[in-house]
Design a protein. Structure first.
Length: 238
């Protein structure tokens, strides 16, 4: 089999593999604090809004895997039909993510588990996830008729959501290693592009830069540029 034929054969399977890898990252990242508790003691003791958020987020990962499997199986018409639902579901993920971005630190502040400044500083992290996810998702919807762009934007959108999972893994590995792990789906996509096409698609290049710029928000959590905004958000709902 020629290199060109081999890359064409492997292309759908690559996206199945990377979607499975991202799902595994979510499971491993949230295993100690959430998923693992189902096996140890049943439903974790969390407010209902957190459980709903978790359910919707897991649904997004299941939908992603299902969609790439449909494409890999040559069922592109089914993929497009499911995609219509997927667009609406994506905006549900965004809406729920925005709610929890405020609700989670507010709940910690009310319970006395975080100071006002700690809760205010944290807010920028999940809000940043949602801004990145929204930007890539909207672009993916706009370019849904151009598969080579659309699928890369969907990978980038989902990669933005993995920040929390990778962040939890920083309890066991160094922050630089967790950052590389967070970006690894995009980096794998770039490596695959180089192997299959001889060059990296510009969407990955632009997306990687945007993700890295978004990463810098971790340095703003306790800055006077952000804290007044974060305090107002917490106090408005506390």
């Amino acid at each position: 089999m020629s290199t060109a034929s081999l890359s064409t054969f492997a292309r759908p399977r690559f996206y199945v593999g990377v979607a499975a890898f991202m799902t595994l990252m979510v499971l491993v990242g949230f295993w100690p604090s959430y998923f693992g508790q189902f096996l140890r003691s049943g439903l974790p003791d969390r407010p209902w809004v957190i459980h709903l958020h978790g359910l919707i987020f897991v649904g997004w990962m299941v939908l992603l895997v299902a969609q790439v499997i449909l494409v890999a199986g040559g069922r592109t018409q089914a993929h497009r039909r499911v995609g219509t639902f997927g667009i609406a579901y994506g905006f549900l993920v965004l809406a729920m993510g925005l709610v929890v971005s405020i609700a989670a630190p507010v709940l910690h502040f009310r319970a006395g588990e975080q100071t006002l400044d700690a809760a205010a500083g944290f807010v920028i992290i999940p809000l940043g996830d949602m801004v990145l996810f929204a930007g890539f998702l909207i672009a993916a919807v706009i370019y849904r008729r151009r598969p080579e762009i659309h699928k890369r934007l969907m990978l980038l959108a989902t990669n933005a959501l993995l920040f929390a999972a990778a962040g939890r893994l920083s309890n066991f590995i160094s922050l630089p290693a967790a950052t590389v792990l967070w970006l690894s789906p995009v980096l794998l996509g770039m490596l695959y592009d180089k192997w299959a096409h001889g060059k990296v698609h510009r969407i990955y290049l632009f997306g990687l830069v945007i993700l890295m710029v978004g990463f810098t928000r971790i340095f703003l959590t306790q800055s006077e540029a952000w804290l007044p905004i974060g305090r107002r958000l917490i106090q408005a709902f506390a």
